[in-house]
Design a protein around this ligand. Structure first.
Ligand code: 5GP
Ligand code: ZN
Length: 113
């Protein structure tokens, strides 16, 4: 997608603080962190959100989340973490490329919204 910010990050056209990359996903630091640790996990294949996701993309996402579960220590998330994926206006989604927020590194709010 030509004008997608996260596709530009994947292509290296916009710099990012990458913490993990393979052929199907990228994990990088959010530019405006909302917790001590705030990463974004994105799939390299562009689609807007969970609702737009195909069955095949859902399998890829599940595989990437499983990979994430094996990286907890190296990502500094031993104490726990929260995953969030915003979809649409009510959730204030601002980038229309599916992304999973990974929040942790400290005790998070008991409230999620
Ligand atoms: P959303 O609001 O769509 O769920 O999340 C988009 C996230 O992307 C926000 O947390 C925002 O801080 C982050 N973001 C926006 N632009 C950039 C950027 O250029 N680089 C990085 N690393 N994060 C960005
Ligand atoms: Zn994209």
């Amino acid at each position: 997608m030509e004008n997608c910010l996260f596709c530009k990050i994947i292509k290296g056209e916009i710099p990012s603080a990458k913490v993990y990359e393979d052929d199907e996903m990228l994990i990088f630091k959010d530019i405006a962190p909302q917790a001590k640790i705030h990463y974004l996990l994105i799939l390299k294949e562009h689609f807007a959100n969970i609702v737009e996701m195909t069955d095949e993309q859902a399998v890829t996402l599940a595989r990437c989340l499983k990979k994430l579960s094996g990286m907890v220590d190296e990502l500094g998330l031993q104490g726990g973490f929260r995953l969030v994926s915003n979809k649409g206006a009510d959730a204030c989604q601002s980038v229309e490329h599916l992304h999973i927020h990974i929040l942790g590194g400290e005790k998070l709010s008991e409230k999620m919204a």
